[in-house]
Design a protein around this ligand. Structure first.
Ligand code: NAP
Length: 312
């Protein structure tokens, strides 16, 4: 952000409802200031009935780019000209990039999670097996990007089994990865019986139930576990998703998408079992990094943006 806003200042923004508590203005404005770019990032509270008018205003006001957050990530697709493959499969857009008069929808939540894995954790997704707890919007975005970027196997466990099964079916039909749904917190596997690589599982009416030792065997084959439910988030810090922590060890990386508090009970219990644990700040940071790079064409000052988030 410039010292003084000038006649040439480019405006980026966030469309959501509410937006007052967003970390994005602090993160992006710190990056603009650091690079001396004549840009500013503003949060716009856009009620659902005004979403179409707000998207039209991107062109009318020549905005440099927009982030989209709850509750607009899915509905906004209706108003865009083009989507990246990842955004189309994820069924959600969190970043709009104006390009030659067209509005292109990206999903930097999913792409940002990938960049966090490679750049911060040093984990190459190629050939990996990932267990995802939850099957909502965040789970869908990261599952799609992991599956399009070399992850071999995805296990999606969710309270509502049909949502997990839908996500697994989407991955199996559109990506080279193999995915299964798993009822949670009970044990069992559903969807593609022939593909199941585990010995301690049996099939019954398309539901594959793990026999004794099955959970242990399943989690032993997994490299990365991602907790995508809101359980454990402030003000519910004392809640923790039910999980067989005794099956975790030093070979596991665990990411909880919650970042407030910075160390959730889920992370605490996984760390006690020996796993390497991370919170959701990295995903938040890198979705912003990718949006910044798409809008400005400049390499984002990642550490400046990270510090702004931590300070916020
Ligand atoms: P969402 O679409 O509403 O999905 C929520 C998921 O959590 C669903 O799978 C839901 O299961 C499950 N769930 C909710 N309450 C539950 C409960 N009491 N017991 C068991 N499961 C429960 O939400 P979302 O957009 O995916 O966001 C999920 C979380 O990720 C939030 O905490 C959000 O803050 C966080 N997030 C973080 C980032 C980041 O950058 N770090 C980005 C996006 C989201 P059902 O299907 O059974 O309802």
């Amino acid at each position: 952000m410039s010292e003084l806003i000038s006649g040439r200042t480019r405006v980026c923004g966030l469309f959501g409802f509410p937006v007052e508590h967003s970390f994005s203005p602090a993160m992006h404005n710190a990056a603009f200031r650091h690079l001396g770019l004549d840009f500013v990032y503003v949060a716009f509270p856009v009620p659902p009935r005004e979403l179409g008018a707000a998207v039209t205003a991107i062109r009318a006001l020549n905005l440099a780019g927009v982030n989209v957050t709850v509750p607009h990530k899915e509905k906004v697709i209706l108003y865009l000209d083009e989507l990246t493959d990842g955004a189309r499969l994820a069924g959600a857009v969190n970043t709009i990039v104006p390009q030659g008069g067209r509005l292109v929808g990206h999903n930097t939540d999913g792409a940002g999670f990938l960049r966090f894995l490679t750049d911060d954790i040093g984990l190459d997704p190629a050939g990996k097996s990932v267990f995802i707890l939850g099957a909502g919007g965040a789970a869908r975005a990261l599952a799609v990007y992991l599956a399009l970027n070399g992850v071999e196997q995805l296990l999606v466990a969710n309270r509502t089994l049909s949502r997990a099964a839908e996500l697994a079916a989407l991955i199996n039909a559109n990506t080279p990865a193999r995915a299964w749904a798993l009822p949670w917190p009970a044990c069992g596997l559903q969807v593609s019986p022939n593909l199941l690589p585990y010995s301690s599982a049996k099939e019954q009416n398309h539901v594959l139930e793990l026999t004794a030792g099955g959970t242990q065997e399943l989690l032993a084959s997994v490299d990365l576990i991602v907790q995508t439910t809101p359980l454990g988030m402030h003000p519910g810090e004392d809640t923790c998703p039910d999980f067989p922590f005794n099956c975790l060890g030093a070979g596991h990386v665990v990411v909880d998408l919650v970042y407030n508090p910075p160390r959730t009970l889920f992370m605490e219990r996984a760390a006690r079992a020996g796993a390497r644990v991370y919170n959701g700040l990295g995903m938040l940071l890198y979705q912003g990094v990718l949006a910044f790079e798409l809008w400005t064409g400049e390499k984002a000052p990642v550490e400046v943006m990270r510090r702004a988030l931590l300070k916020h």
